[in-house]
Every structure is written in C-alpha cells, then in structure tokens.
Design a protein. Sequence first.
Lengths: 149, 149
Amino acid sequence: MAKRYYRTETFKARRSIGYLIRRLNNLTIPHAQARFADQELSFTHWIALMSLRNGITHSCSDLARHLGHDTGATTRLIDQLESRGLLVRRRDADDRRIVNLSLTAAGHAVATALMPRTMEFWNDMLEGFADRKFKAPRSAVLIRGTTRV
Amino acid sequence: MAKRYYRTETFKARRSIGYLIRRLNNLTIPHAQARFADQELSFTHWIALMSLRNGITHSCSDLARHLGHDTGATTRLIDQLESRGLLVRRRDADDRRIVNLSLTAAGHAVATALMPRTMEFWNDMLEGFADRKFKAPRSAVLIRGTTRV
DNA sequence: AAGCAGTCTCTGCCTCGGCAGAGATCTTGT
DNA sequence: ACAAGATCTCTGCCGAGGCAGAGACTGCTT
C-alpha cells in the first residue's frame, strides 16, 4: 500500500518534487547548451562523443538508453557525427544486427577539447553553494543567478 | 575565484551532477506524461491550467516564465486550451499589451479532476524511497522501476 | 527444420519548443 | 511633447525528439 506524500487537499505545486525537478532542468541544461553555441557541435553531441570515448556505449541502442532518447533520434544523431568524421560505423561480425560505433582520432580530440567547457560550467553553477555551506532555502533559489521563484 | 569541484583529469560523467539532473528528468517526466496519454490534454496543459487555477499566473508571459518555455510556444499552448473552451483571453484594460487569462468553469473542473492522477504518480514514484529510509545508493537506481544504469 | 518472439537499426511522420522578427503598447528621459 | 527603450503577444521557420512500422538478424521452442 502506497504512502501518501501528496494529497489533493494539501498539494502545493511549487513545493512538489515534480516542479523542482522540472525547474532544476530548466535552469541548468539550457545554460549548458548555451556554452556550446559557438561550436558546430551541440551539448548532446558532446555527451554522445564522451560516452563513446569512455567506453560507456558501443552501439546505437546503447547510446539511446544512455541519452534517454529513442533509437530513431539516436540514429540521426549518429548520422550527424559520422558525416562530420567524428566516428565510424562498423557492422558487428558476431551479431550482424548491431552496428558498432567508434570514435575517430578527430572525434576523440574534439571530445577531449570540449571537456573544460563543461567542467567550468558546472563549477560556475555550483560556486554559490559552497559559500552557503549547502544551507539551501526551502524552495527558493536552487541555482545561482536565477530570477525569483 | 571559482572552486573546482570538477576537473578534466578526474571527471566521471556518471558521477556528475549534470548527468544526474538529466537522468532524474528522463526517469520521471516522461512517466508523468504517460499518465495523461488517455486524455485529450497533455501533462503540460494540465500544469498550465493548475497555475491559472491557483492564481500563480495570469498572462501569457507569466505562464511562459512559469513553464520555462518561450512566449511563442506558450501562445500556441494557450490557443489549444482556448479552442477547447478551458480558458478565455481578455485584453487588460489598464495595460493593453497584456492579455489576461482566466479559466472557464470547464477548465477549472478539468484541472481539479486531473489532480489525483499526478498525486498518485508522485506517490508511486516515491514509494520505494521511504522503505529504504533514503539510503540512496551511489549513482544507481534513483527511481523505482528503472532498468540498470 | 521451422516458426516465433525478441532485438537492432533505420525511415517517415508528427508535435513540441526555441529563435527571430513584427506590431502594439507602455515607460522613461530629455 | 517626443524619442528611445522596454514589454507583451503573436507568427513563421526550424531542429530535436517521440512514435510506429519495416527489414534484417538472432535465439529459443517445439
């Protein structure tokens, strides 16, 4: 039998975990993407390259699971990276349904070169927290530089 | 001078806050949307109705800020709700740039009727946590019922 | 051996949301 | 009074990602 953390009578949207998750996303991911705006690659592209670089993923469906996308979208993502010469597709010899992905030297170089951007981004984001020793206010500012909740 | 929580030499993607935020989103929001699949309204539609119902927002730009969307997308969202007869637009008398939004009786009823769905959803999601007294594993299962990381 | 279910990749179609520009209106400064 | 800037809404255009279906392949069952 389920606990009832939320009830319709007492529900306050802005205190709910759903609202906070959504907000957390809205306040971070777009900023991260913005740091890639001058690049011919998107933030998502970079994540894909990194997961290949680190051996976390090896195929299209792997990557789809990792990114939380469907395989159709992922196929197209891989198309873009392949056409830029950052990775190569190679049909698996043992299981011929699978297309193995591997970074080219260029892909490896790009992935590595863009790492500092993301490090800086998250360090900037988290900067305000340590100063306040994680004494987060109830539901107010989650991330530095936000407007009012 | 910024603290350096993350460094390129030690960065582990799956331990990073960015990865976890993204994952938290991917594992919750789509499930919430699924609970509205049988409805002629989307989860986002419902959130818009609720924020009007509770007086959190009153105009298009209000709503855009609340949802974290741009005003263009929000205009179209409002179009859809208006054409379904769930809200009405009325030009503000004092500031004629503004279009005030207000729920119709039908809109109010729909918003209220759909509340239990969302309550149940979050209660279901959180159920596993209390059992474990919030002893979350390092980076593994964040939400009940997920596949492996 | 043959069928059947499951997996993997790819494609076409569609919706959602971001971006940029336009027109109307308000506010502020001179 | 008037210009300049800001704000609000709306539109057209575009890319990203979800969904459904197809074709190729694997592995299990009978």
